[in-house]
Design a protein around this ligand. Sequence first.
Ligand code: FAD
Length: 415
Amino acid sequence: MINNLQEAENCMLCKKARCQKNCPINTPIPQVIQLYKNGEIEKAGEILFNNNPLSVICAIVCPHEKQCRGNCIRGIKKEPVHFHSIEQEISTEYLKNTKFIKPESNGIKVAVIGSGPAGLTVAFELAKKGYDVTIFEKNEKIGGVLTYGIPDFRLSRELIDLLVSRLLDFGVKIKINSIVGPVITLNKLFKDGYKSIFIGTGVWNPKRLDIKGETFGHSHYAIDYLKSPKYYSLGKKVVVIGAGNVAMDAARTAKRNGAEEVYVAYRRDFEDMTATKHEISEAIEEGVLFKTFEAPVEIVDDGIILARTEKKEVDGKSTVGMIPDSEYLFECDSILIAVSQAPKNTIVVNNKGVDTTKRGHIETDEKGHTTKEGVFACGDVVLGASTVIQAVNSAKIVSESMDEYLQEITEEEVI
Ligand code: FAD
């Protein structure tokens, strides 16, 4: 159990704070810690919220070991300051205790498609400025990956409910079970008077392994599984393919839902895994087993055929290749595939004018303008599978440019 007051005492309040510099959203960490030490929790909460409306979430899910904690100067010789724990306390208190007041409306309608971290940030930022924001979310609950991906043992759904209440305080309208693309199109939204549209629809198509047997009944994509794990019967022995955070979440969830033996099979070594060290060690602690230097070859009725791999140099570059004749059958009841995601293209297929890259991501400039006038985008649907903080950070920039655009077009209308 972390003692936050002690953590705050441990902070050296560096003038050129490396923790702040390495925070993708530049959280003013020393200032917040000083306010916390002074007991000025509300002021600290306001600073955190104004800098990052999803501070309460980032305090839990950010890869802190690569950001604030990993760059704490105290960590060179001693235990680094666990700022994220202080941030979590402050931001939870702030969202619970502060009644947000609906800003005066400027009467300009904006549509936000998708309620993941990117859409939520744009909604907060524009609602604060007085825009009349409506969120369109295809699912019955808001939050995107925060609700339908990251398991609740890592991220409490109460925090997402808190964010929903604060959005409603700001006057944001939330349309759940509303997919934009096939029936509600972008042009229909413009015709109805929305002056600008934000697309933050994320990446929900699992990437294929492209091996035989992938469609069998005992083989599932991890992001599909994580949406509703309790409805799956995975059996006793499960193999997860992949080694990112999605793979760790799927493995831990399978274990918590009754699988006795869960293996993560990965073609490289621990240090190459994209999951954070923290997530890997939590998985190990919960009894997940790892099969490194093993690659999937085929899914069969009795399990999965794996091959051993080895590191080698090709043209001066380090790569990994399968060892010839090393294939063997690894018997198991189910396989969960977690090798990244790509966007579903419901919106762009049904709406001419929004161009995508070769990989299916929405094409934008650095300020989030898409190729269709008045339409902006960011988050995973632009970057590819990334992180919550990257989605929030880009959404802050994009909401600024939407504001600029809206001010310009409304001035033109007046003239
Ligand atoms: P999303 O969160 O994907 O939200 C998109 C929303 O748009 C969804 O609600 C979707 O239903 C909605 N939508 C899609 N199409 C339509 C449509 N046509 N009409 C209306 N609504 C639509 N990142 C971290 O920083 N830390 C972690 O620990 C972490 N763990 C992860 C674990 C898992 C299992 C996964 C899958 C990802 C994880 N990530 C993590 C990545 C992170 O969650 C994403 O980068 C982030 O959620 C991207 O935000 P987004 O708003 O762009 O998209």
